[in-house]
Design a protein around this ligand. Sequence first.
Ligand SMILES: [Zn+2]
Ligand SMILES: [Zn+2]
Length: 58
Amino acid sequence: MIKIPELVCNVCGARKEVPICCNKSMMVKDDYLLCCCSDECAYQPIPECCGQSMEYYE
Ligand SMILES: [Zn+2]
Ligand SMILES: [Zn+2]
């Protein structure tokens, strides 16, 4: 079974699928979402909910 990582808001409990890049879930590093394949491929801020960054759960 493949586990899909999620972004979860610690305040309201909202869940969101981690964005996909190069057919893989993006990973979190230094408060940004990165593509696993390359640092330059894709790079975006972690989505916010209730005024704070959502937390990454695997
Ligand atoms: Zn990529
Ligand atoms: Zn929220």
